[in-house]
Design a protein around this ligand. Sequence first.
Ligand code: GUN
Length: 290
Amino acid sequence: MNILDGKVIGREHRRQSAMRAEIYQQSTGLQVHLALLLVGDDAASQVYVRNKAKACEEAGIRSTIVRLSATASEDDVVNMVEQWNTDASVHGILVQLPLPRHINEERVILTIDPRKDVDGFHPVNVGRMMIGASCFIPCTPAGILELLRVGNVTTSGAHAVVIGRSNIVGKPIAALLAQKRPQGNATVTQCHTGTRNLHDYTRQADILVCAVGVANLITADHVKEGVVVIDVGMNRLTLDDGSSKLCGDVDFASVSPKASLITPVPGGVGPMTIAMLLSNTVDAAERMIA
Ligand code: GUN
């Protein structure tokens, strides 16, 4: 068993983004700039946004965080995004999801200028990704592809089983793994909460991507010997003593002895998501002067 260390791989990626941001600044006189919008007081979202902004600062990328209260209106959110759309100093826009229930997420995402949509959530970017055109690839799927690349995982001809069908992870990673591209050309099976006899599929996986949000769903009897496991789960478990710990969708203790490569939680996919956000932001800035 070998651990795919997202902290180490992500750090190298962030170093490269920092170098590109520096070159951009030297050649244009402008600092690469990411604007982040956080609406409401979801504890996990607050941590994610803070970590994203911190990673920007460390890479020499300017970040602006705007926090709106949970009672902000949909128009307040849309207005903020529109202001950033027309602000030439802003290269990337990120609206942290989920939004409070009274706000229509789809309308907000549609408002983001696709050229600044570093999350790759706008339908223009989703559509371009599906046809293999240049686009912003959503950060978590992009991070997974980078882990597979650095881990020298042969995806071509392999059977990749994806569990999950979210717009952020499940749908895009299934599409990307199937495409004729590096870290693609796999035979993809997509499972989800409606799948009967899940283990019948997972046991056939050469590569297993778990993005369901159910702690320790995948155990040793779900996988075959030598499987490559990518665990996207970020589940907070409350322990008997009242403390809490982050754990993935995969029962690491039982699955890791059978896996040829596996990502830990924390320290696997999470740090890669942030690293890819930085490179998408530098991409956005570079494309604006191209
Ligand atoms: N919520 C969970 N993951 C993400 C992400 O990658 N981007 C945004 N904007 N919100 C999220």
